[in-house]
Design a protein around this ligand. Structure first.
Ligand code: NAP
Length: 333
């Protein structure tokens, strides 16, 4: 048994802590752990797999002799420090958007494009949380029925904005801070829905919407895939929902889709509308599967299907996917 020394940048954050939890749950053979966070956390003690560690600051030396460096401290930290870690011969698995669209950086969801892992040049990017749960479902459908067009609308939980997102919702609900000044959201999120996730570009789309569009095309390997997105923040804690309308080239039935998705890796079909059974964010919490339900024909177009996708954005949308990349890398080509 060979132990793997790891660094986690952002070890005190939602995703960093979840990476450490998932590594433990999946019995990843961890040796030394270097937890790293901002100056605010340096020196604090964390317990990882029964051992006490002190959070360190970012230095090139922190990455020396480290095999895997998981980054989850935002784009600015990754842009500056991921190349430094890669230079120290770490394999960087980056949760930020800093490198996702770079041609020489693989963007990987193991159920979809595992082989791309082995094209890495030191950095592998983990896709956006909303993209991951979408492509796990789109890929098998595209292989079988050829996708013509996708329209996706998201219902994204506050944890997608990190621990500050959770605090903002909890504070607003308990009226500790009715318009939380430290909120990452532009408006009150409690009892509300905000049709803005991240900043706007000149064309009227948000950065989150463009991430979904561009990352989906890259992961599925179809540069010209017709896909459009609207991203909405809702006051759920964990688990993103997505309403997805898909037009196919080939004829397709609801049964075809169900059968295919039941046999697809990483997907669980939860679809029994007669008994009010469908996936909900609250049921996806702490699960690694991508859940699909409300599968039905869209009679307004030829070969159209509507469906509803839910996954835990902090696990499959970030931590679990990052750990799966490391696991698959170790298994080899
Ligand atoms: N939340 C999700 O669902 C999700 C899903 C996919 C991808 N991501 C991505 O994952 C990353 C982390 O997200 P999160 O939700 O975990 O955010 P978070 O809860 O706010 O955690 C951020 C982490 O980054 C650390 N950090 C901030 N500035 C730093 C600096 N200058 N140097 C070193 N560490 C620094 C923080 O340390 P302190 O605690 O010391 O401030 C904390 O550990 C982001 O890039 C995000 O886009 C998040």
């Amino acid at each position: 048994m060979r132990l793997h020394d790891i660094a986690v940048v952002g070890a005190s954050g939602l995703v960093g802590r979840k990476i450490l939890q998932v590594l433990n749950e999946r019995k990843f053979e961890v040796g030394k752990v270097v937890p790293i966070a901002s100056d605010a956390s340096v020196g604090k003690e964390v317990n990882i797999q029964g051992k006490q560690y002190r959070i360190q600051k970012l230095t090139p030396e922190a990455f020396r002799n480290i095999e895997f460096a998981f980054f989850s401290a935002g784009g600015a930290v990754s842009s500056e420090w991921a190349p430094i870690a890669a230079n120290e011969r770490c394999l960087v698995i980056d949760n930020s958007s800093a490198f996702r669209m770079k041609d020489d950086v693989p963007l990987v969801v193991t159920e979809v494009n595992r082989a791309d892992i082995f094209k890495h040049k030191g950095i592998i990017a983990n896709p956006n949380c909303s993209t991951i749960q979408l492509v796990v479902v789109l890929k098998p459908l595209d292989e079988e029925f050829k996708i013509k067009r996708v329209v996706v609308s998201t219902y994204q939980s506050v944890s997608g904005a990190g621990h500050k997102g959770i605090s903002a919702l909890e504070n607003e609900i308990t009226k500790i801070d009715s318009l939380a000044s430290r909120s990452p959201f532009p408006y009150q999120i409690a009892y509300n829905a905000i049709p803005q996730v991240d900043v706007f570009f000149d064309d009227g789309y948000t950065k989150e919407e463009l991430k979904m569009i561009n990352e989906t095309r890259k992961i599925i390997g179809k540069k010209d895939l017709n896909i459009t997105a609207t991203c909405v923040r809702i006051p759920s804690l964990v688990g993103h929902g997505e309403s997805v309308n898909i037009e196919f080239e080939k004829k397709v039935t609801v049964d075809d889709v169900k059968k295919l998705l039941i046999g697809s890796k990483g997907v669980k079909v939860v679809d029994n509308p007669v008994n009010n059974i469908y996936p909900m964010p609250i049921d996806s919490v702490e699960k690694d599967d991508v859940f699909v339900g409300r599968i039905r024909t869209d009679n307004s177009v030829k070969n159209g299907i509507n469906l509803w996708i839910v996954a835990d954005n902090v696990r499959k949308g970030a931590a679990t996917n990052a750990v799966q990349i490391a696991e698959e890398f170790l298994k080899g080509k």
